[in-house]
Design a protein around this ligand. Structure first.
Ligand SMILES: CC(C)(COP(=O)(O)OP(=O)(O)OC[C@H]1O[C@@H](n2cnc3c(N)ncnc32)[C@H](O)[C@@H]1OP(=O)(O)O)[C@@H](O)C(=O)NCCC(=O)NCCS
Length: 178
């Protein structure tokens, strides 16, 4: 009990910043720990090596934010801008906060910061996909201002049950929660 309280207190001193290539290993560890939970993300293994991740982090069309608590990366957000002329005004957002660091405002802060970056870079529309079972995340996204744009029915099978893919969107010109 004391350890949980201590971790919560420590976590309040979180720092959100843009990632740099030196963060590659910790980013992979953070992502993998959330993938290991199996219920939040589609991927089960982080596909890039440390070297590959370092290269990805150099891409100016991609924003990667990390959240640090006492030097440890506990949250990763990626915003991937559309690659083509036809979809460069859009970006796809992905986020993963490590177990033990959720529900204390990190996700909301990272997402609002990413939306601000998107707006400043001429991105009009930020999209994300979330499992229909991830009610907590859906509520947080709605709270920030995302709206459900579509539903791909039975897109996944998780632990033997069909799960819908919820497509959510926010227009960066609209006001966001700070
Ligand atoms: C979904 C996720 C990104 C949200 O980030 P987070 O840091 O946990 O969320 P926040 O702390 O910013 O939560 C915002 C609000 O939800 C509430 N909340 C968050 N988690 C909660 C929980 N488990 N139970 C109850 N309320 C919760 C917070 O109190 C806060 O409310 P407020 O703004 O009214 O004060 C994060 O939980 C996560 O990475 N989960 C696992 C991976 C995942 O689901 N990724 C997304 C896949 S699409």
């Amino acid at each position: 009990m004391y350890m949980i309280w201590k971790r919560r207190e420590e976590s309040k001193n979180f720092v959100i910043r843009e990632a740099n290539p030196k963060d590659a290993r910790q980013i992979i560890e953070c992502m993998q720990s959330v993938m290991d939970e199996k219920i939040y993300l589609v991927g089960e293994y982080y596909l890039l090596t440390e070297r590959g991740e370092q290269e990805r982090l150099k891409n100016p069309d991609e924003l990667t934010l990390v959240c640090e608590v006492n030097g440890k990366i506990v949250g990763v957000l990626t915003l991937q801008r559309g690659f083509y002329k036809k979809n460069r005004h859009t970006a796809n957002l992905g986020i993963a906060i490590m177990s033990g660091y959720r529900g204390i405002g990190i996700g909301t802060r990272m997402i609002t910061q990413a939306i601000q970056w998107a707006r400043e870079h001429g991105i009009e529309k930020v999209n994300l996909e979330v499992f229909s079972t991830n009610i907590n995340a859906i509520n947080i996204y709605k709270h920030i201002g995302f709206e459900i744009e579509g539903i791909r029915k039975k897109q996944f099978i998780i632990n033997g049950s069909y799960v819908d893919d919820i497509l959510m969107t926010i227009y960066t010109s609209e006001s966001v929660k700070n």
